[in-house]
Design a protein. Structure first.
Length: 106
């Protein structure tokens, strides 16, 4: 029980088990209604076992492959095309063959 209480994400489930309503839990934990409702649903489905382990999620953005990073670094040290004074984001992404947002992330 101490493990569940120590985890801030599982507090909503413990409070649901104590009979508190959604509004009371929202006020106590300063969480949104959506967050509290999801925790309550999970507690109802899986009881305390669901609160002990975190739900698996898909990863965020995939890391940029090292070959792309190396290519961008190489391009920054090279002369830009068409006698330009500096590389533009669009030119660099076109030459490297990757998205502009990926170039920005590097």
């Amino acid at each position: 029980m101490q493990v569940i209480v120590a985890d801030p994400g599982s507090l909503e489930g413990v409070m649901s088990g104590d009979g508190l309503g959604t509004s009371a839990i929202m006020a106590e934990t300063d969480k949104s209604k959506t967050c509290v409702c999801r925790s309550q649903e999970r507690f109802m489905r899986e009881c305390f076992d669901g609160l002990l382990r975190d739900r698996s999620r898909s990863p965020g953005r995939a890391p940029v492959p090292p070959k792309h990073v190396a290519e961008i670094v190489r391009l920054t040290q090279a002369t830009p095309p068409h006698e330009a004074a500096h590389w533009t984001l669009r030119a660099m992404s076109t030459v490297a063959g990757i998205e502009a947002s990926t170039v920005q992330g590097i």
